[in-house]
Ligand binder design. Structure first.
Ligand SMILES: Nc1ncnc2c1ncn2[C@@H]1O[C@H](COP(=O)(O)OP(=O)(O)O)[C@@H](O)[C@H]1O
Ligand SMILES: [Mg+2]
Length: 419
C-alpha cells in the first residue's frame, strides 16, 4: 500500500514558563494571539523545555482513516498542527503525499484581529488554496457557515461555535486528499456534528486519507478501523480501534487517583477550574461507594477568576462504565431551572440523584463546565471521579438482576387471562 502520511521520529519541544500554562487569566483571544507569536519567541533562562511530541513514528496508507486517541494534553493537536505545517517540528520528519485540508483546534490558522472575510482568505491560503480558488468558493463557504452577517466582524468577537462553523466550512470546500480533523465533534450543536461526520464519511468513501482526533469513542469505532494512542507525547499503542480504546480506558483509570486541582490533563479557558469532586449521601457524608437504590449527591467545587464572564454556567457530569461505554450525562440545565445567573467566585455544585439507578459495577465520570448561550468550554476533566455501585435494594424487594445489565428501572408486571 502506498502511504499518504509518513512520520518518523517526530518531536516537538515547547519552551514554557513554569506555571504559565495554568494562568487563570488567559482568554481565548490571548491564546489566539499567543499562537501567532509564541512559536518563534526565543528561550530565556526561566523557561523550561517541554516535549509535547516525543519521538513519534507512524504511517497512514492512502485512503486509510486513522483515529488518534489520547487524554487532554497528550499531544494530539500538536501532532495535527505539525502535520498541517502550522508549527514546525523540533526533530524528525513528516512527509505528506497530497493536498492537506485541516480542521484544527478552535482558532488555529485564524488571526484574531482580522475579519471573517479576511480570515477565509488567510485560512484558505494556509490550507493551500489559491486566491482565485478561494474567490470562486467564497460565497459557498460563507453560506455553508451561515455567517453572512458577521463577515466584517473581527473574529476575536466570534464565539467558539462561530469559529468552528467558519473553519469547518473552509476545510470542507478545499477538497483535500488528506483531511486532518481535530476534535470538532466536542464543540457545536448536534446538527453541526452531524455535518462533520457526514463530511468525513464522504471523504473516506472517496478514498481520501483522514486523520481523526476525537474523544467520541462511538464515532471513532464507526469511522476508523485503526487508531493510535498518544500519552505524554508518545505513541503507546496502535492497532484495531477497539483494542486501542480498551487500552486508553485502562490507562485512564490510573489518573483517577490524582487530585482534581492538580490535574493538568484538562481543557478550557483557564478562568474557571474544578477543584474537587466527590459523592456524598443526603446527610453530607462522603461515600467511597454507593448502594444501588441509594439517594446521593454528586458534588464538585470550583474557583473562578471571572465570575461574570463564566455566567451563566452549565455544569455536566458525564458517566461512563469503567471500560469507557457512555451511560448517561447529568446536565445542569436539562431537568429544570438552569443554575443561578450570578456565579460566585468559589462555589460548590451539587447534583442530586434519587435512588441510584445503576447496577453493581465501577463507573467513572467526567466533569464539564460551559458558559453562555454558545456553551464555551470553561473546564473539562475526563475521568474526574469514580462512581462505584455496590449491591443495594433498588426495588425494595431484596431481589436484584444480573450485574451484566447496567441500568435499573422501576417497572411493574401483570398477567391476565387472554380470551
Ligand atoms: N504553543 C504552546 N506552547 C507551550 N505549550 C504548548 C503549546 N501548545 C501546546 N502546548 C502543551 O503541549 C501539550 C500537548 O498539547 P496538545 O497537543 O494541545 O494536546 P491535546 O490536543 O492532546 O489535548 C500540553 O501540555 C499543552 O499544554
Ligand atoms: Mg487538542
Amino acid at each position: 500500500m502506498s502511504h499518504a502520511i509518513t512520520v518518523e521520529g517526530l518531536s516537538k519541544r515547547y519552551r514554557i514558563q513554569p506555571g504559565a500554562e495554568r494562568s487563570p487569566y488567559r482568554t481565548l483571544r490571548e491564546s489566539l494571539v499567543d499562537l501567532v507569536k509564541r512559536p518563534w519567541r526565543g528561550a530565556s533562562n526561566d523557561k523550561i523545555d517541554f516535549w509535547a511530541l516525543d519521538d513519534v513514528s507512524f504511517q497512514v496508507g492512502r485512503g486509510e482513516v486513522l483515529g488518534v486517541i489520547g487524554r487532554n494534553g497528550a499531544g494530539k493537536s500538536t501532532l495535527l498542527k505539525v502535520l498541517s505545517r502550522i508549527t514546525p517540528p523540533t526533530l524528525g520528519q513528516v512527509s505528506l503525499h497530497g493536498r492537506v485540508g485541516s480542521l484544527l483546534e478552535v482558532g488555529t490558522g485564524f488571526h484574531p484581529e482580522l475579519t471573517g472575510r479576511e480570515n477565509v482568505f488567510l485560512n484558505g491560503a494556509i490550507l493551500g488554496m489559491s486566491r482565485g480558488e478561494i474567490q470562486r468558493k467564497f460565497d459557498d463557504i460563507v453560506e455553508f457557515a451561515g455567517l453572512h452577517d458577521f463577515l466584517e466582524t473581527p473574529v476575536k468577537r466570534y464565539s467558539t461555535g462561530m469559529f468552528m462553523r467558519l473553519a469547518f466550512s473552509v476545510a470542507a470546500h478545499i477538497q483535500p486528499e488528506i483531511l486532518l480533523i481535530d476534535e470538532v465533534l466536542a464543540v457545536g450543536d448536534v446538527g453541526f456534528q452531524k455535518k462533520c461526520l457526514g463530511k468525513m464519511g464522504e471523504v473516506a468513501r472517496e478514498g481520501r486519507t483522514v486523520l481523526f482526533v476525537s474523544h467520541q469513542m462511538d464515532a471513532l469505532m464507526n469511522i476508523c478501523p485503526r487508531s493510535i494512542l498518544l500519552e505524554q507525547g508518545k505513541i503507546i499503542a496502535q492497532g484495531p480501534t477497539s483494542d486501542v480504546i480498551e487500552r486508553y480506558f485502562a490507562s485512564q483509570q490510573s489518573m483517577l487517583s490524582a487530585r482534581l486541582d492538580q490535574r493538568q490533563d484538562r481543557k478550557g479557558r483557564k478562568r474557571f477550574q474544578f477543584t474537587e469532586t466527590w459523592i456524598e449521601d443526603m446527610d453530607g457524608q462522603r461515600l467511597p461507594s454507593v448502594l444501588a437504590g441509594q439517594s446521593i449527591k454528586l458534588v464538585a467545587t470550583y474557583e473562578t477568576t471571572d465570575p461574570r464572564l463564566v455566567s451563566p454556567l452549565t455544569v455536566s457530569f458525564a458517566v461512563c462504565m469503567a471500560q469507557g461505554a457512555p451511560v448517561t450525562r447529568f446536565v445542569s440545565d436539562v431537568p429544570g431551572e438552569p443554575l443561578p445567573d450570578d456565579v460566585p467566585a468559589r462555589g460548590r455544585i451539587e447534583c442530586v440523584i434519587p435512588r441510584m439507578p445503576f447496577n453493581v459495577g465501577r463507573y467513572f465520570y467526567d466533569v464539564l463546565a460551559e458558559s453562555g448561550p454558545e456553551f464555551e468550554m470553561e473546564d473539562w476533566v475526563q475521568g474526574a471521579g469514580w462512581l462505584i455501585v455496590e449491591a443495594g435494594d433498588f426495588w425494595g424487594t431484596g431481589r436484584s438482576i444480573n450485574q451484566k445489565y447496567p441500568v435499573l428501572l422501576e417497572h411493574s408486571w401483570s398477567l391476565k387471562k387472554n380470551d
